[in-house]
Write a protein that binds this ligand. Structure first.
Ligand SMILES: NC(=O)c1ccc[n+]([C@@H]2O[C@H](COP(=O)([O-])OP(=O)(O)OC[C@H]3O[C@@H](n4cnc5c(N)ncnc54)[C@H](O)[C@@H]3O)[C@@H](O)[C@H]2O)c1
Length: 426
C-alpha cells in the first residue's frame, strides 16, 4: 500500500487540529482547512486558538518544520479528513450541512484514488450520504471502480479522545475504521497507523458510526442512573456520594458520579442520533437523555429554595461554567444553563460567576447587570449561597474556612466527596 504523504484536514477545531498536528509531527505534509480566518491565521502563526494541553507544542513544532500550514481553501491532497461540527437541529435530527459544505470544497479537487475519511460524529448513514453527495457533484468518479470510473475510498473513523488528554489519547486509544469498501477501510487503517499505537479495528462505515454513538449512549445511560440516584437520595435524606461509594464496593458494581446534568459536544448529543434513527426502539436511551436534561432545572430549584429564608441582599456564587472539570469547553454545558436561568429568574440578586478557564462571560450571561465574572475566592467571599457546578481542581481546593456559614449546593460532590474505588469522571 502506498504511503500517504499529503493530507488535508477539514475543520481545525478540538478534533481536527490535534489530528492535523499529530500527522504533521509524524512527517506527513498537512494542510489544515477552516472557514474561520482567525483559526487559519492562528495556526499559520504556530498558535492554538483554544486550550488543550501539549497541542501548542505540536502545532508550533509542525508549523516551524514546514509540515503544517492552514488555509480557507481546500487543496489537492492524497487524503482528506473531515472533522467539522455535526450538531443537531431543533427536531434533534443531525445537521449534516457542515459535512456537505466540506464535501463541496473537496469534490473539485478529486482525481480518483484519494482517501476521504469522515471523523465527525455522525448518525447512521452519514458517511454514505457524504460519499453520495460527492459522487453527485462528480459523476465521473465511483466508490469501487464500476464502469471504469476512478474510485475514491470513503471511510468513517470516529474520534473518542478525551478533552484535556487529546494528544495522549490520539496515540494510545484503539480506533475503529469503517469503510464504504474493504479497501477504503484498509487504506484508512494504514493512514492512522502513522501515529496511532492502539489497535485499529476495521468494519463497515455504518457499524463504525453506530459504535461511536453507542459508546456515548452507554455513558449517558449510566450517568442518568447516577443523576436519578442523586434526586432520589435528596428526597430520602441520604448522602448520594456516600451511597455510591458504598455500593461501588460490590465487586461488579461501578456507579458513575452524578452532576448538574450532562454537557459537551458528545454525550449530550450523540444518543439523539440513535433515537432519531430508531425512535420506537430507543426507549431507554431516550429516557436517559430526558433524565439528564431534567437535572439542571432540578439544581435551579434547589438554589431558589435555599434563598427563600435569606434576605433580599443575599448573593449567589456560581462555581464553574465548563461542561466538565479542568477544561474551557462550554458547549452544551448544564452549568451555563443553570447560571443563565438563575441570572434571569433572580434578576434582583447578584450572581458571582467564577470560571477560571475563560476570560469573559459566555453570551448566555454577558450583558446582564446582575452577573459578574470574578475569581473563585471573590465569588465565594461575596456570596451567601455557593453553587458548585464544575469540579475544577481550583474549586476542590477552596478552603473550608472560606465556606464557613454559607449554604453550599455541591452538585459534583467536589468539596465533600471522598474518592470512591471506582470513581469515574462524568
Ligand atoms: N470535541 C470533542 O471532544 C469531540 C470528541 C469526539 C468527536 N467529536 C466530533 O468531532 C467533530 C468536530 O468537533 P470539534 O469539537 O472539533 O468541533 P469544533 O467546533 O471545535 O471545530 C470544528 C471546526 O470546523 C470548522 N468548520 C466548520 N465548517 C467548516 C467547513 N465547511 N470547512 C472547513 N471548516 C469548517 C469550524 O470553524 C471549527 O474550527 C464533531 O462531529 C464532534 O461531534 C468531538
Amino acid at each position: 500500500m502506498n504511503t500517504i504523504n499529503r493530507v488535508a484536514v477539514i475543520g481545525l477545531g478540538y478534533i481536527g487540529l490535534p489530528t492535523a498536528a499529530i500527522l504533521a509531527t509524524n512527517g506527513v505534509e498537512v494542510i489544515g482547512v477552516d472557514v474561520n480566518q482567525r483559526t487559519v491565521d492562528a495556526v499559520n502563526a504556530g498558535q492554538v486558538p483554544f486550550v488543550e494541553p501539549d497541542l501548542g507544542v505540536h502545532v508550533a513544532g509542525a508549523v516551524s518544520q514546514g509540515n503544517l500550514s492552514a488555509s480557507t481553501l481546500t487543496p489537492q491532497a492524497e487524503a482528506y479528513i473531515v472533522a467539522v461540527p455535526t450538531p443537531f437541529r431543533e427536531d434533534r435530527s443531525a445537521d449534516l450541512s457542515y459535512i456537505e459544505s466540506a464535501a463541496r470544497g473537496i469534490a473539485p479537487q478529486l482525481q480518483g484514488g484519494e482517501l476521504l475519511i469522515l471523523e465527525s460524529t455522525s448518525p447512521p448513514g452519514a458517511t454514505e450520504h457524504m460519499a453520495n453527495y460527492i459522487l453527485n457533484l462528480r459523476p465521473d468518479l465511483s466508490l469501487d471502480g464500476a464502469d471504469s470510473k476512478p474510485a475514491i475510498l470513503v471511510a468513517h473513523c470516529p474520534e473518542r479522545v478525551l478533552p484535556g488528554r487529546v494528544m495522549i489519547e490520539l496515540v494510545t486509544n484503539d480506533r475503529i475504521v469503517g469503510g464504504m469498501t474493504a479497501e477504503a477501510a484498509e487504506t484508512a487503517k494504514h493512514l492512522y497507523a502513522v501515529f496511532c499505537q492502539g489497535e485499529i479495528l476495521t468494519t463497515d462505515a455504518v457499524t463504525a458510526e453506530m459504535a461511536k454513538l453507542v459508546e456515548n449512549s452507554y455513558r449517558d445511560v449510566n450517568i442518568a442512573f447516577a443523576n436519578e440516584l442523586s434526586v432520589i437520595s435528596d428526597k430520602l435524606g441520604i448522602d448520594v456520594w456516600e451511597l455510591i461509594r458504598l455500593a461501588n464496593h460490590h465487586p461488579r458494581v461501578n456507579i458513575l458520579q452524578p452532576g448538574p446534568g450532562v454537557g459537551g459536544h458528545c454525550i449530550a448529543v450523540d444518543p439523539w442520533f440513535i433515537v432519531a434513527a430508531a425512535p420506537e426502539e430507543s426507549r431507554l436511551i431516550r429516557t436517559a437523555r430526558e433524565v439528564n436534561d431534567a437535572k439542571p432545572e432540578w439544581v435551579f430549584q434547589q438554589v431558589v429554595a435555599s434563598l427563600e429564608s435569606l434576605p433580599a441582599t443575599a448573593e449567589v456564587s456560581v462555581l464553574g461554567l465548563a461542561f466538565k472539570a479542568n477544561i474551557d469547553d462550554l458547549r452544551e454545558s448544564p452549568a451555563i444553563e443553570i447560571a443563565a436561568h438563575l441570572a434571569e429568574a433572580l434578576s434582583d440578586r447578584r450572581i458571582n460567576v467564577a470560571e477560571p478557564h475563560v476570560e469573559e462571560l459566555p453570551k448566555q450571561l454577558a450583558g446582564r447587570n446582575n452577573v459578574e465574572l470574578v475569581s473563585i475566592e471573590e465569588s465565594v467571599k461575596r456570596s451567601d449561597v455557593v453553587v458548585v457546578l464544575v469540579d475544577h481542581d481550583d474549586v476542590k481546593a477552596i478552603s473550608p474556612e472560606l465556606l464557613a456559614g454559607k449554604i453550599v449546593i455541591d452538585t459534583r460532590g467536589a468539596l465533600t466527596r471522598e474518592p470512591t474505588p471506582a470513581a469515574a469522571a462524568v
